[in-house]
Design a protein. Sequence first.
Length: 137
Amino acid sequence: MSRELTSPVRAYIGLAAGLAVVVALFFVLRTASDSVALGALVGGLSVVALLAVAIWRARRGTATASLTRSAAGVADERDADVMRRSLAVGGSTSLIWLPGSLVAIVLGADPMIAVTVALYGQLATLVVAYLVVQRSR
């Protein structure tokens, strides 16, 4: 399997762009609500930090997980295939989760709860699909 590394400069530019988007989103949301802006800032910075760690681990050359290599952009064919298949399953099941939440809202469920259940159900489906596809390949 080939492992074509992306340029470290591209990875750092991506991290800088992500950081710029998070900071810009913070300032845009701060005009509406401080708590929402702080939540977006903390969440966005967490994601950027996790990606930075993933890139650092993948570039270090030690044994890394398939998901880490995919996030860092150094995935080989097997890693890319596992990610593609699990995201395909996640996309297919979103056609069940999201209309299901809409039906629940129409039937009288609280919209926040229905959408939250759909979101966490979708995330759980993605995790399970990734684990199943990774073990089968």
